[in-house]
Ligand binder design. Structure first.
Ligand code: GLC
Length: 579
């Protein structure tokens, strides 16, 4: 299989496109996207101009969590096709110069994985591959058992991210096993060296097939500590746990080092110390190219799926400022505003109604002109929006349905109706509605019945219409991607915030040697006057507008005229300054 040749830092210059295959394109009419469906759209990806595809899990799985519950790491899920299809996909990407990174899900497996089935035998060497524990006396502790034998409680009070306790009782073993996610996703025990070796072998196996890197699912959870942590300090138990760096370094030495791969570790949790981040991605760190942190994703959300907060743009900017500076000289940022776990960015951070097109482009401008590697989630380049969900039955996602249902059952919320609005805005299912290819039935996604509803707005928001319209979000994204290829400053320039306290405006410069960019973004529904004369020396040379989201074409102005400019609602402008 033809591999791609890479320079060592190629991923800094790359733009990544995320394909969630279940919802991308269905070719066999079963209503579920498939690998042939991705192959059919390779020219589309090529036209967009992306350099890398990150493919969400396509491995054999009972789909309790849409492929994030893997039953066999080395085979392809039937619904998606065969290994031969996967190989054809890899070839098709590589022929177009597009790299492929695979999802690595090794914090947990499926409970249907052979390892887990074996592990239920306490005599088996696999028993120690998972977190099997005895229960405790329910009278001695203050957490409740929702299952298990009378008088017995789970080993501790950890909760699952998907609601309910993180321990499930197994009748056969008469023990409890840990699952930080769904009960069908038992956590692997990374303390066990055989587990690590087996995972590294599997990674090597995929690399030998010719892939270009990995996106590592919840990788900062793999090291856990049960002892000596107070019950209310749950984060200390498994977020960036005590042996995490050791494990990733070991993985680096065993598998990744010297291969010029793109590796991106998903790091869930609240604010992360910049030192920890640099430990993962810095020059003398563990060897990852970048991480996905969640700080900007938590600002407008409460702890629960039915809670929302108002987004404050100054806080949002402050998070980006911290990361832009924190990794400026050591490490590298990933840039994303949505993915398969998040609502659609234009609905969340933009205005998906009156200014849908402008705000989708503005958010794209932000992602492509900060320092870091931009990640485009399928449909983002069309300005796809959230779905108008109504009843709880409209949702499919375990992380939506389970927590809401649990909360209704135990009386924490009165009814679904009471939380429907917030759930609608927060749910991961917003990202999972089928890709909108055309105005046809089911948006051209499938000839069958789609596994998930298609957004009715596909009649006007779809790839066909976007490709025909020169002022579309799609063509604007192509221009953004080109900008990155044409100007080193877009990739490498140092970032400086100009408007930290402004509630609607975000202006910044990027500087690389004698190249300088000036970016102005109006995050509001009304016109705003930008005044940056005090925070930046715009010089007295020329300023060239490279890109604007109101259909502007390249035009020149005197740089000092930019000190005070009226920006229309959701207007974005990118200038090159010549001093
Ligand atoms: C990650 C994935 C998400 C999945 C979870 C458990 O957060 O992105 O989709 O549910 O891990 O694997």
């Amino acid at each position: 299989m033809a591999g791609l040749e890479h320079d060592s830092d190629w991923w800094k210059e790359a733009v990544v496109y995320q394909v969630y295959p279940r919802s991308f394109n269905d070719t066999d009419g079963d209503g579920v996207g498939d690998l042939q469906g991705v192959i059919e759209k390779l020219d589309y990806l090529d036209e967009l101009g992306v350099d890398v595809v990150w493919l969400n899990p396509v491995y054999e799985s009972p789909n309790a969590d849409n492929g994030y519950d893997i039953a066999d790491y080395r085979s392809i899920m039937d619904e998606f096709g065969t290994m031969a299809d996967w190989e054809a996909l890899l070839d098709g990407l590589h022929e177009r110069g597009i790299a492929l990174i695979m999802d690595l899900v090794v914090n947990h497996t499926s409970d249907e994985h052979e390892w887990f089935l074996q592990s239920r035998d306490p005599e088996s060497e696999y028993h120690d591959w998972y977190w099997w524990r005895e229960g405790v006396d329910a009278d001695e502790v203050d957490w409740d058992a929702e299952e298990g034998p009378e008088g017995e409680a789970p080993p501790n009070d950890w909760g699952s991210f998907f609601g309910g306790p993180a321990w499930a009782y197994d009748e056969e073993t008469e023990e409890w096993y840990l699952h930080l996610f769904d009960r069908k996703q038992p956590d692997l025990n990374w303390e066990n060296t055989d587990v690590r070796e087996e995972v590294f072998d599997m990674m090597q196996w995929w690399l030998e097939k010719g892939i270009d890197g990995f996106r590592m699912d919840v990788i900062n959870l793999i090291s856990k500590v049960e002892e000596d942590a107070p019950d209310d300090a749950i984060p200390e138990h498994y977020f960036n746990g005590p042996r995490i760096h050791e494990y990733i370094q070991e993985m680096n030495e065993a598998v990744l080092e010297g291969e010029d791969l793109l590796t991106v570790g998903e790091m869930i949790g609240d604010e992360m110390a910049m030192e920890t981040a640099r430990q993962y991605v810095g020059e003398n760190g563990d060897g990852l190219s970048m991480i996905f942190h969640f700080e900007h994703m938590l600002l407008d959300r409460g702890h629960n799926i039915w809670e929302r907060e108002e987004l404050d743009l100054t806080e949002f900017k402050a998070v980006f400022d911290r990361w832009q500076h924190g990794l400026a000289d050591d490490g590298w940022n990933s840039l994303y505003l949505n993915n398969h776990d998040q609502p659609r960015m234009v609905s969340r951070f933009g205005n998906d109604d009156e200014y849908r097109r402008e705000s989708a482009k503005l958010l794209g401008t932000l992602l492509h002109t900060l320092q870091g590697t931009p990640y485009i989630y399928q449909g983002e380049e069309l300005g796809m929006t959230n779905y108008p969900f109504e009843s709880l039955d409209d949702y499919q996602d375990v992380d939506t349905v389970n927590p809401v249902q649990n909360a209704i059952d135990d009386g924490r919320i009165d009814s679904f109706a009471a939380v429907a609005d917030d759930v609608r805005q927060n749910s991961r299912d917003n990202a999972r509605t089928p890709m909108q290819w055309s105005a046809d039935e089911h948006a051209g996604f499938t000839d069958g019945e789609p596994w998930m509803q298609v957004n009715p707005n596909h009649e006007h928001i779809n790839a066909e219409a976007e490709r025909e319209d020169p002022d579309s979000v799609f063509h604007y994204y192509r221009a953004l991607i080109d900008l990155r290829k044409e100007h080193d400053v877009v990739v490498y320039g140092e970032y400086d915030q100009l408007t930290p306290d402004h509630e609607e405006l975000w202006a910044y410069t990027r500087t690389h040697g004698d190249q300088q960019l000036f970016v102005a973004l109006n995050f509001s529904d009304s016109s705003t006057t930008m005044d940056v004369s005090e925070s930046v020396d715009l010089g007295d040379g020329e300023a060239t507008l490279l890109l604007g989201n109101y259909g502007q074409r390249e035009e020149s102005a005197a740089a000092d005229a930019l000190a005070s400019v009226d920006l229309r609602p959701w207007e974005a402008r990118v200038y090159r300054l010549e001093n």
